[in-house]
Write a protein that binds this ligand. Sequence first.
Ligand SMILES: Cc1cc2nc3c(=O)[nH]c(=O)nc-3n(C[C@H](O)[C@H](O)[C@H](O)COP(=O)(O)OP(=O)(O)OC[C@H]3O[C@@H](n4cnc5c(N)ncnc54)[C@H](O)[C@@H]3O)c2cc1C
Length: 308
Amino acid sequence: MSEYKSDLLIIGSGPAGYTAGIYAARAGISSLLVSGAQKGGQLILSSEVENFPGFADPITGYDLMERIRQQAQKIGVHIIDDVITEVDFFDHPFVCNSEAGNCYTSRAIIIATGASVKWLGLPSEQKYIGHGVSSCATCDGFFFSGKEVAVVGGGNTAVEEALYLANFVEKVYLIHRRHSLNAEHIMQKRLFENRKIIIMWNNIIEEVLGNDDPLEVTGIKIRNIKTDRVQKLAVSGLFVAIGHHPNTELFRRYLRLDGGGYIATNGACGETDIKGVYAAGDVCNPYRQAIIAAGCGARSAMEAIKYL
Ligand SMILES: Cc1cc2nc3c(=O)[nH]c(=O)nc-3n(C[C@H](O)[C@H](O)[C@H](O)COP(=O)(O)OP(=O)(O)OC[C@H]3O[C@@H](n4cnc5c(N)ncnc54)[C@H](O)[C@@H]3O)c2cc1C
């Protein structure tokens, strides 16, 4: 167990956290970054990232985040592999305790804990994440141009993902366990009018099917919960769009959250209701893109630097 004191504590090692660290270190601020259990954040799950500027060829999410970690360390960011389990924002300086029994005291904090994808929880789904199973059409849809894919979910996100994918794939199956959608009326209208989208009502996914070498999705097995009919759909991709879970439990006692549980900030990211506490990336921003999270990290660090 150790006591750490710094001007700035950054919680999270995704694109938002690392970028915040880079900006703080270059400004000469004494800062610490606590990485959390997922070093590099959720992008490490992606087998190919093509929309992060600076790379002419696709890069794996793991390699991209390793490079950003190395850049941060080279610039002088002090990274500690630990998980924050408790925070106290009532007193100043702020105090955070951790899984390893460490106590972190700081004058400012940047929360960059992200929002976890809600997966279906099937072992076969986990096996193919990054190899045909995705949670982000904007990120991965392009890889499925001209192919058939499935989207699972029934809310706005699922409908948006299906409509987005229909722009360049051959066919989209929208798998939904109910017989009506939760999406906005206008979105539903667009969906029903789109001839490339086939809605499989009352169906659940039982298994993701695929090959081992190379690791790739070749289909899904779905079951109609009204009739029990099981069928296989030959799709190359499955987009899971059943929601996200913002990692904000630790902070809900202190900070205002929006209806979805995301940290409410002044603008898309940055200042929270507590002076000296900032939020950056997916934990407060609905766009869920690495470059946007990185930009938010930079913005929060610049605000924290001004505050300090
Ligand atoms: C499979 C997949 C593929 C994707 N592909 C792309 C893509 O191609 N392009 C793109 O732009 N985006 C992509 N995304 C989205 C992108 O990964 C996110 O938008 C981005 O990672 C968000 O960055 P972040 O820093 O806000 O949070 P995250 O990357 O989610 O990082 C959160 C960090 O907080 C840490 N943390 C959480 N709780 C604690 C705690 N209690 N204590 C300490 N640390 C904690 C975690 O360990 C983690 O390091 C993809 C996402 C997934 C899941």
